[in-house]
Design a protein around this ligand. Structure first.
Ligand SMILES: C[C@H](N)C(=O)N[C@@H](Cc1c[nH]cn1)C(=O)O
Ligand SMILES: [Zn+2]
Ligand SMILES: [Zn+2]
Length: 478
């Protein structure tokens, strides 16, 4: 069933108002990973709640309790926002998920403009933190609802919503809520399929549907020694330095070519078959695409299939940062007393955080023992999520393929995503239904990075895609 032309025209003629609303959402710095911004995440939940209510959605904000911080302290979690509209038993019910929290961003990180002021560029870029991850896609759903509300049109399907404010920080508290609400009587019970719009195309040209995500396991390793920071002239070569030990340990985790050096981690993953390699060969992707979106000619692989498998089919380990190290300008001659190294591993089947964590801890402790340092090491596991892969021939995907053809006039690429959305597998297991990832943004959007953007055309055509997908779901003969 094609989406009404009136809907497509409505999206075009309201584009400026939709962009203005995206600007309002971006202006709320809902950074889940920074305690100082927790109130902003809550403010964002309330803003979105008002927007949904205004277009006829019944909502509820669910208190998720407290987050336990690494030092044992407590911090109130932002509420999850649930919604529903329509309960026609003759229609399919689609559960939509998105997140309204964002990654941290500071102008000093290298942004060309204030990260929390949406800047509309002449070339169509809408620059601001959360524009593509994940406020743009959430607002895409809102735009679809706006048309049906303004024109007093029934939606082609029943909709349920699950919007959260902790996705960028491990989705604390959400798994239990999803399991509870998927039981008979719960808000999600009876959903026929799930749609998540929270990832990206591979390149800047070809729309994609995504049938897999990597999992994640995140660590913070702490090395401490002196009771306070020391003068390096007075104590250098005299005491064991925590930073020296930490750098030595972090340097043992991953090779320059991306291979993970922790014994047992790579070995868990079966080698790809020739059939699998053929899937990657067909995707519209090139080494130039990677280098364009990375902003430099630094790709590890020369070969497209190796590059794609490095992102989708194999695990990866990234070093993220060191807390407690001197990071200011100037030349402070200090020996930091306690430093914490942050790294994470992206997981693929059959790896899980539970299988990987003991291998990491054993490896780090053995390597630390070899250093013969008198400092102390503790390994902390921060959060994790399992990888997910699903059937892309399901009717949920067929509907999205038809919608992509209708809006973009081309066949979508079928991809696995290198990133992680831990709740995906929870939805699939708790509801026993197919989950589809239907991304809005492009591969060069710079999610999590500086100058994050969403192109105007992706926001507007993406809104049409989301709406058309609902009409195609309604047309499915299942
Ligand atoms: C793919 C999604 N948009 C995303 O960015 N997910 C995050 C999830 C996460 C987990 N810990 C911190 N963030 C990601 O893949 O990094
Ligand atoms: Zn996201
Ligand atoms: Zn993200």
């Amino acid at each position: 069933m094609p989406a009404p032309t009136e809907f497509l025209d409505f999206v075009d003629s309201n584009a400026d108002a939709f962009i203005k609303r995206l600007g309002d959402a971006v202006a709320i710095p809902s950074i889940s990973g920074e305690a100082a911004h927790r109130e902003d995440v809550e403010k964002m939940a309330k803003w979105l709640d008002e927007q949904l209510t205004a277009v006829g959605v019944e909502t509820k904000l669910v208190d998720l309790g407290d987050q336990t911080l690494p030092d044992g302290g407590k911090l109130k979690l932002p509420p999850a926002l649930l919604g529903r509209i329509g309960s026609d038993p003759k229609k399919k019910t689609v559960l939509l998920y998105g997140h309204f929290d964002v990654q941290p961003a500071r102008k000093e990180d290298g942004w060309d403009s204030d990260p929390f002021t949406l800047v509309v560029h002449e070339d169509g870029r809408l620059v601001g933190r959360g524009s593509t991850d994940d406020k743009g896609p959430i607002l895409g759903w809102l735009n679809v609802l706006q048309y049906h509300f303004d024109h007093k049109k029934d939606l082609p399907v029943n909709l349920k919503f699950c919007f959260e404010g902790m996705e960028e920080s491990g989705s604390d508290g959400l798994d239990d809520l999803v399991k509870k609400e998927s039981q008979p009587g719960g808000w999600f019970h009876g959903a026929d399929c799930v749609c998540i719009s929270d990832n990206y195309w591979l390149n800047t040209r070809t729309p994609v549907l995504t049938y897999g995500l990597r999992g994640l396991t995140y660590f913070s390793i702490h090395v401490s020694g002196p009771s306070r920071d020391l003068h390096s002239g007075v104590f250098g070569r005299t005491v064991h330095e925590p930073m020296t030990d930490l750098i030595a340990l972090m340097g043992k985790l991953v090779a320059g070519d991306g291979r993970i050096l922790i014994p047992g981690v790579e070995e868990m993953v079966p080698p790809p078959t020739e059939e699998e390699k053929a899937i990657y060969e067909r995707l519209d992707y090139s080494i130039e695409d990677i280098e364009e979106s990375a902003g430099a000619k630094i790709a590890i692989a020369d070969d497209k299939i190796d590059a794609l498998m490095g992102r989708m089919r194999f695990p990866s380990l990234s070093l993220h940062g060191i807390e407690g190290a001197f990071d200011g300008s100037g030349a402070k001659t200090v020996i930091p007393a306690k430093v914490s190294g942050k790294f994470s591993i992206r997981l693929v089947p059959p790896q899980t955080p539970e299988l990987i964590e003991p291998l990491v801890t054993f490896f780090l402790e053995s390597e630390f023992a070899k250093l013969k340092s008198k400092n102390s090491l503790t390994v902390e596991h921060l959060h994790g999520g399992k990888p997910w892969v699903t059937d892309h021939n399901h009717w949920n995907f067929e509907a999205a393929k038809a919608a992509t053809r209708a809006v973009y006039n081309r066949e979508p690429d079928l991809t696995r995503e290198g990133g992680s959305i831990p709740v995906t597998l929870t939805f699939a297991d708790a509801l026993g239904v197919n989950v589809l990832l239907l991304p809005m943004g492009r591969g060069d959007d710079g999610a999590h990075s500086t100058n994050e953007k969403l192109d105007r055309s992706n926001f507007i055509e993406g809104t049409k895609l989301l709406g058309t997908y609902l009409y195609e779901i309604a047309a499915v003969d299942q």
